[in-house]
Design a protein around this ligand. Structure first.
Ligand SMILES: Nc1ncnc2c1ncn2[C@@H]1O[C@H](COP(=O)(O)OP(=O)(O)OP(=O)(O)O)[C@@H](O)[C@H]1O
Length: 369
């Protein structure tokens, strides 16, 4: 059986092996889609740490079993041999090996297939999670996107900080915005960025606190627990107090993400910092977000119609989901210009509708006076 340390080292060395080793072995990864490369027998790869140079070599010992057996088999012990100068012993055996194990484990998680869990009453069942969304394909202003990605990555690496301060290693996110603005898409992008599993917690299916406790304790570390449409759920303050008390019992890192279409309906005590550390507004499609969508869908970065679209987007409230509808190549005959014109027509209609609505409410207000 492979020891945890052996497979962490194998993962750590996999990238270096694929660029340095002359002969490689290939294994089919757990998801049956990717090849995991490692160095072949007696190959060697070099590594560097804090300016020190060291070498890893792959080897194996083969021994025949002593006892008589009808099933003749040989015992094979595989190992990685590390060579370094003896004056660097302290650094290599301490910080370097810690670094290798930590990075190797993180790589393993990134290469693993992600799972989506859903609760059916008091137990979880799961399917393979293969959502293609990434932060690259998410339509949002680039600076905001970067800020969120940095926040997530910092959290995932902050084990020492949470241990030092005695805080539970968890972070709460509140994603809010109208339907079709990318809340679910962002959660999928978060899971793909960090390599975490997703637990979609359906509160309506949970009978009582005992069931909830069981479900939460069963979630694994490196996961995102999602509670959607929280404005529709009932006693949320009670729920959050309960969850707060529970975290210390859970080892490892967890993100908890709440989504809502109506942030204004939430109790302010509920969304105070510490419970939901980061509030992210997903909003109607602006020009920056449109540029991401049009690049993803039509592969273009500029067009003479962009100016018109920019002006219309500034005056209308259209969700990225609705904008994307006009950019999906449906008929072969449709060229890029036709897609953009179809979007312009829809934006003009939406703008007309909004103006009409504003006029009507203005008239009603005058009548009321
Ligand atoms: N910001 C975005 N970037 C990229 N695609 C988006 C974005 N917003 C919406 N979409 C597209 O629209 C579809 C619906 O969006 P999504 O389900 O993420 O919205 P939502 O905000 O979670 O909606 P709801 O509140 O109705 O659950 C997605 O599958 C995606 O294709």
């Amino acid at each position: 059986m492979r020891s945890e340390a052996y497979s962490a080292i194998e993962n750590y060395l996999s990238i270096k092996s694929s660029t340095q080793a002359k002969r490689l072995k290939a294994d089919i990864g757990k998801n049956n889609q990717s090849l995991v490369l490692s160095m072949d027998d007696y190959e060697e790869v070099a590594d560097e740490f804090r300016g020190l140079r060291l070498w890893w070599a792959f080897g194996k010992n083969v021994s025949k079993p002593q006892a008589f057996s009808f099933f003749s088999h040989t015992d094979e012990k595989r190992y990685y041999k590390l060579t370094f100068h003896k004056k660097h012993r302290d650094v290599i055996l301490g910080p370097y090996l810690n670094h290798v194990l930590k990075e190797g484990k993180a790589m393993k998680v990134r290469n693993q297939q992600r799972r989506l869990f859903t609760n059916n009453g008091s137990s979880w069942s799961h399917v393979v999670f293969e959502h293609p969304a990434t932060f690259q394909t998410l339509a949002m202003e680039p600076e905001r996107k970067k800020e969120i990605m940095d926040d997530l990555i910092e959290f995932s690496k902050a084990e020492d900080f949470y241990a030092r301060t005695g805080r539970a290693w968890k972070r709460g996110y509140l994603l809010y915005g109208p339907p079709g603005t990318g809340k679910s898409t962002m959660i999928a992008a978060m899971a793909n960025l960090l390599g975490y599993d997703l637990y979609d917690l359906e509160l309506m299916a949970v009978k009582d606190n005992t069931e909830l406790r069981k479900l939460l304790i069963e979630t694994s570390s490196k996961s995102i627990i999602v509670i959607e449409d929280i404005d529709c759920s009932l006693d949320l303050t009670g729920l959050l107090n309960f969850i707060d008390g529970l975290w210390s019992a859970c080892r490892g890192e967890r993100l908890i993400v709440f989504t809502t279409n109506h942030v204004d309906k939430l109790d302010s005590a509920l969304i105070r910092k510490g419970r939901m550390d980061k509030h992210i507004e997903l909003s109607y499609c602006g020009f920056e977000a449109f540029k991401v969508l049009v690049k993803n869908y039509l592969g273009i970065e500029s067009h003479s119609l962009f100016g018109t679209i920019e002006a219309l987007l500034a005056e209308t409230n259209m969700s990225p989901a609705d904008v994307a509808e006009h950019l999906i190549p449906k008929a072969k005959s449709r060229n890029i210009e036709n897609h953009l014109k179809s979007l312009i027509r829809a934006l003009e209609q939406a703008k007309g509708g909004a103006t009409l609505k504003n006029d009507q409410s203005a008239k009603e207000a005058i009548k009321d006076q």
